[in-house]
Design a protein around this ligand. Structure first.
Ligand code: AQP
Length: 341
């Protein structure tokens, strides 16, 4: 519990590409919903992005883009703290201290590491990719966050964070709050439009894989109309991998428009085929993203606005993070520095 009596949440997104509707439905939308009830910290996790190779100029540009999108989706800097992870050095320092406690066996078991490293040449996999969950644990634990709003793919990393926090508390005494994952009921796992058995990701290259938050309406329609489905006609939710494409389109529709699964299926009972479903999904996505894109353009056009918010956010975040870090250093036996007089 914080000074204002509210529980705290922290979450972040990597500026490793253009944000997708998966990032929005799985994470961002929840952030907007919780900002009134929780003391909220949302960061752009640039240190996570560099666990795989990034072009420096593109990374800088994407970092600002992601921060501006946080504002454009409705995160209010008066109510929530928005900052860039690397602007608060405590994240790197706590990550190192926790790295020294993180069992290699736990890290080796992480699905994201296995998936990402499998796509890379063995000698180009950086140790940072393996240590990614330890940095994520540091992000969360620094703020003593009680809840972490994320999509379903981050469940395992959250479990890792909880285990590591418990290990620290056991070894050095109660220090960290044990966080809970906050996973949305619909939209927690949006799948790729071109390959609906695979999670939609911002760092996939294929042109028809994802709808990006900044895609113009014509491109959104084109991508959704080309989404992979099956040779049937039945429009219903299903766990059958054959029907994964239709299931994904229905999931996106439901996540945007609400309603139960039955209500969504009933809405499409009179549809003449998958074309009608795709049109309805495309219009829902366009309707969702158009106002967001307008706000994004306004934010980017206002000189200094974004940078001021980020500077203020980093200062606010650092005050809290540094206090936790000082306690951790002390508990681990690191000599406190004395200022030079
Ligand atoms: N397809 C998705 N459906 C629902 N939620 C999703 N998230 C990501 N993809 C989906 C959620 O968005 C947040 C972003 O997390 P991240 O950028 O730190 O890393 P990620 O989960 O690895 O996301 P991406 O888009 O797949 O990035 P890349 O391609 O760079 O690895 C998290 O809350 C995540 O759950």
């Amino acid at each position: 519990m914080t000074e204002n009596g509210k529980k705290r949440v922290l979450s972040g997104i990597q500026p490793s590409g253009s944000l997708t509707i998966g990032n929005y439905l799985g994470a961002l939308r929840q952030w907007v919903a919780v900002q009134d009830d929780y003391d909220s910290f949302f960061c752009v996790v640039d240190l996570h992005a560099i666990t795989v190779p990034q072009d420096p100029e593109t990374l800088r540009q994407k970092t600002r883009e992601v921060a501006a999108l946080y504002l454009a989706v409705g995160i209010d800097p008066e109510r929530a703290t928005i900052f860039i992870q690397s602007h608060v050095p405590a994240h790197s320092e706590l990550a190192w201290l926790l790295t020294c406690l993180a069992p290699l066996g736990w890290l080796n078991r992480m699905t994201q590491f296995k998936d990402k490293s499998a796509k890379m040449k063995q000698d180009s996999i950086g140790a940072g990719l393996l240590n990614y969950p330890t940095l994520m644990a540091a992000d969360i634990l620094l703020y003593q966050a009680e809840a972490v709003p994320v999509g379903d793919d981050q469940r395992q990393h959250l479990e890792f964070t909880r285990d590591l926090a418990q290990r620290f508390n056991h070894l050095y005494g109660e220090t960290f709050t044990i966080p809970e994952a906050m996973i949305p009921p619909a939209g927690a796992r949006v799948m790729g439009l071109d390959e609906p058995t695979k999670k939609m990701s911002k760092s996939e290259d294929s042109e028809y894989h994802a709808v990006y938050l900044l895609d113009p309406p014509a491109r959104i329609r084109k991508k959704i109309m080309r989404a992979v489905t099956d040779s049937g006609r039945e429009i219903c939710f299903s766990d059958d991998p054959e029907k994964a494409g239709v299931n994904n389109l229905l999931t996106i529709y439901q996540a945007i428009n609400g309603g139960t699964r039955e209500e969504v299926e009933t809405a499409f009972a009179a549809a003449r085929g998958y074309g009608d479903l795709k049109k309805a999904v495309a219009e829902s996505v366009v309707g969702l993203l158009e106002p967001l894109q307008e706000r994004y353009n306004e934010i980017m056009a206002e000189e200094g606005y974004l940078d001021d918010i980020l500077a203020h956010g980093a200062a606010r975040a650092a005050a809290i993070a540094n206090a936790t870090l000082a306690e951790v250093r002390d508990r681990m036996g690191l000599l406190a520095p004395r200022s030079h007089s």
